[in-house]
Design a protein around this ligand. Structure first.
Ligand SMILES: Cc1cc2nc3c(=O)[nH]c(=O)nc-3n(C[C@H](O)[C@H](O)[C@H](O)COP(=O)(O)OP(=O)(O)OC[C@H]3O[C@@H](n4cnc5c(N)ncnc54)[C@H](O)[C@@H]3O)c2cc1C
Length: 466
């Protein structure tokens, strides 16, 4: 029973990227149908009500002032961007010590060091620049005896990590042991995976794909990020089809056919707006399918647990803390103040990424939460042990989103996989936060990438017609 639908563009996936692609297609005068596997839209944007009032963004929540497309959609839906609570001491928990984050190297400085020191030796220009840097380092009177000592130690040590891994790159930065432990933990959290398994070249590339000088956590929305999804979806002429997983994409001579569990659809072009790790579950019967399979298998899904803790008082602020803390042990644990400016009760939000998320995902919720509270009490004292409400979202092995926050290129994967997927040509295009060139890994990037995929389709159609 073959059903052929006459739309110009089919969009696989009803997350931010897919909905933005569909809206852009319709604005360009094309007919478009979104097919979504789950029984809801939004993908990694998911907002749920809390027992104590208000909502919990189980997935994406934060934006900054440079994320103009999300802010524009937010403004259209009347959303008020609430500033993230700031002020007080940011902590780094290393061993038994609570260090002030301002006394350690900042994450921005680590990004800069990685950008400078992670080298693609197969590029002549990069290799030359790296050799010049190394020469300069050896000829500079060492400001830090510790750094020189760590450099010599590294030279004689047997390297336990893969040469191209982020773990090896972090070791080579010659940070102090405390800074190294915090950097290792931060990257485990941000990338949702162990730095030993992540490709340093791709990480360097994805930092370059952050189109802002500002912190990524400036604002959030008291009514939740889902309003962005609702706004994008509400403008569509064709209502997205829910519970319609796409299984097969087939290139025919002058169209593309998509097969779902309930039928087949045909269109001039398809935008696959699903994370690369789950796009692998779709069968692509298209030219260069083997090359595509190689690109998709370059990614590993992140693992993430996000936990919201609602309290009666902002006790951390009363003690001079901002609520922000990064834990060297267990690596991958970070917490921030998630309170809103609408008079609702104060909140902390904890992020547990990488192997920690994978391990804690196997525990019963009460045991997982008890472990988290014990860690938080190390940083903020015993009042952290008694939240009024706890809500959590486990993004580990998610069948339709892969995990959280995002997928990254693994060791052995193609470090150019993000750019190559974004540039994939022909009737099948790719979109999504993971392949955006402006805001990799953010909702802003997802929206931008969806719009860009349609712009390329429209641009090519225009050139073909000319
Ligand atoms: C816990 C967490 C916190 C985050 N915090 C932030 C934040 O504060 N700020 C920020 O900007 N970003 C944040 N992110 C990242 C952000 O949520 C994602 O980068 C972004 O939402 C990805 O959008 P997308 O459309 O590319 O992919 P997705 O949201 O994953 O959407 C893909 C869609 O495709 C569907 N799908 C998959 N396979 C198929 C198939 N075969 N057929 C049909 N449909 C299919 C899925 O069901 C899903 O709806 C966070 C993510 C997580 C998990």
């Amino acid at each position: 029973m073959k059903q052929t639908n006459d739309v110009n563009v089919l969009v696989v996936g009803g997350g931010a990227a897919g909905l933005a692609a569909a809206a852009a297609a319709e604005q360009a005068g094309l007919t478009c149908q979104v097919l979504e596997a789950q029984d809801r839209l939004g993908g990694r944007v998911r907002t749920v009500p809390l027992e104590s009032g208000g909502v919990f963004d189980e997935g994406a929540q934060l934006v900054n002032g440079d994320m103009g497309t999300v802010l524009e959609v937010a403004a259209r839906s009347g959303l008020h961007p609430a500033p993230v609570a700031r002020g007080g001491i940011d902590l780094c928990m290393v061993g038994e010590e609570a260090l002030r984050a301002e006394d350690l190297i900042s994450v921005e400085e680590i990004y800069e060091l990685l950008e400078e020191q992670v080298v693609r030796w197969d590029s002549f220009g990069e290799a030359l620049r790296a050799l010049r840097l190394k020469w300069k380092w050896w000829n500079t009177p060492w400001e830090s005896v510790g750094e020189a000592g760590r450099g010599l130690k590294l030279l004689v040590e047997k390297r336990p990590f893969h040469r191209d891994s982020l773990a090896a790159a972090l070791r080579a930065l010659l940070l102090s042991p405390e800074e190294h432990a915090i950097a290792f933990s931060l990257f485990t959290e941000i990338l949702g995976g162990p730095p030993e398994e992540i490709n340093a070249h791709a990480v360097r590339d994805l930092f370059a794909r952050y189109g802002s000088e500002r912190d990524d956590a400036e604002f959030h929305f008291s009514r939740g990020m889902v309003m962005i999804i609702d706004q994008l979806a509400s403008s569509l002429r064709h209502t997205p089809r829910l519970s319609t997983p796409v299984r097969h994409v087939r290139h025919l001579s002058d169209l593309v056919e998509i097969t779902t569990d309930t039928g087949a659809w045909a269109a001039d072009a398809v935008v696959v707006a699903v994370p690369p790790t789950v796009a692998r579950n779709i069968t692509f019967d298209i030219p260069e399918a083997d090359e595509l399979a190689g690109l998709l298998s370059s990614f590993r899904a992140g693992d993430m647990i996000k936990t919201l803790l609602v309290f009666d008082t902002p006790f951390w602020r009363l003690r001079g803390f901002s609520g922000s803390a990064t834990f060297a042990d267990p690596p991958g644990l970070a917490v921030m103040d998630g309170s809103l400016d609408d008079g609702s009760p104060p909140r902390l939000i904890a992020f547990q990424g990488g192997p920690l998320a994978r391990e804690w995902a196997t525990l019963p919720p009460n045991e997982r939460q008890a472990r988290l509270l014990r860690q938080l009490s190390r940083a903020f004292g015993d009042q952290a042990l008694a939240p009024r409400e706890i809500a959590e979202a486990v993004w580990v092995d998610h069948p339709w989103c892969g995990g959280g926050y995002n997928a990254t290129v693994r060791i052995g994967g193609d470090p150019d996989a993000m750019a190559r997927l974004a540039a994939w040509g022909g009737r099948v295009r790719f979109a999504g936060a993971e392949i955006d060139d402006r805001f990799w890994g953010y909702v802003e990037g997802a929206v931008h990438s969806g719009r860009a995929a349609i712009a390329r389709i429209v641009g090519e159609a225009g050139r073909a017609a000319a």
